[in-house]
Design a protein around this ligand. Structure first.
Ligand code: GTP
Ligand code: MG
Length: 239
């Protein structure tokens, strides 16, 4: 045993050495300023919320529908510039949750949102109104400012003929920044859309001092951060 009570094995690594390595790793990560935005991804059951998040954070797609249980999140890290790193915490939730209504706890600290409907099921576009109303009611930035929102017309790889003709007006009337025809399957327009949304969240943060995710929320993700992206599963207690 050494003076710290650690067993000497001759080779391998002891606890004190591990702490030193962790300190170095932490310092390396600290060199850039980290900004964390929470982005909620909402819409009806099966529209492709989880698939969009998986495509964006892990470059993966699965054709089987495994309904999301409760809520969870994944993180996408963007090297914003030489001194700034932006972590997008993408929150996923079961589309069945109270039919278009989520608790305020789910929305806490939300900086931006993605509304998703399915181009192959027109009723999911009609329900966007409910999701939007719920979101606007429960998420307000300081001074009553609205968060930036983008609208995804997903499954664009199957058909775009069903695109609602009034979508442009709908977005203008409801202060939705942009709409996109997306496909999680064929990786269409998801990166472009997320960059626009991150830019809008960044503008709010810089110009209006919008608060970011707090330390206690960030700690959830730090346990396992060892790559550009990660996924955390959370129970559905608050949905
Ligand atoms: P819930 O968690 O139940 O609310 O559903 P969700 O919105 O997370 O949907 P999910 O991502 O699980 O996708 C539902 C089904 O649609 C799955 O079978 C996916 O493979 C399929 N899907 C999702 N996105 C696309 C897409 O862009 N194109 C096609 N063709 N299928 C997709
Ligand atoms: Mg899901």
């Amino acid at each position: 045993m050494n003076e710290n009570g650690e067993a000497k094995t001759g080779k391998g690594i002891c606890l004190s050495r591990l702490i030193t390595i962790n300190d170095h790793l932490r310092l390396a990560r600290l060199q850039k300023k980290e900004i964390n935005f929470k982005i909620v991804v909402i819409g009806d059951v099966g529209v492709g919320k989880t698939s969009i998040i998986q495509r964006y954070t892990s470059a993966q797609f699965s054709s089987t529908h495994k309904a999301t249980l409760g809520a969870d999140f994944a993180v996408k890290t963007l090297e914003w510039d030489e001194v700034t790193r932006v972590n997008l915490h993408l929150w996923d939730v079961c589309g069945q949750a109270r039919f278009g209504s989520l608790t305020s706890v789910f929305y806490r600290h939300t900086a931006a949102a993605v509304l998703v409907f399915d181009l192959t099921r027109p009723e999911t576009y009609n329900n966007i109104v409910k999701w939007l109303k719920d979101l606007r009611q429960k998420v307000q930035l300081p001074g009553g400012l609205r968060i930036p929102i983008v609208l995804f017309a997903n499954k664009g790889d199957i058909s775009t003929e069903t695109l609602p003709p009034q979508i442009d007006d709908f977005c203008k009337e409801n202060d939705i920044l942009y709409w996109f025809i997306t496909s999680a399957k064929s990786n269409i327009q998801i990166d472009e859309a997320m960059i626009k949304l991150a830019n809008a969240a960044m503008r709010n943060h810089e110009n209006l001092q919008v608060p970011l995710l707090t330390d206690d929320v960030i700690k959830l993700s730090e346990e396992t951060v060892d790559s550009q992206t990660q996924r955390n599963w959370k129970p559905c207690a608050f949905v």
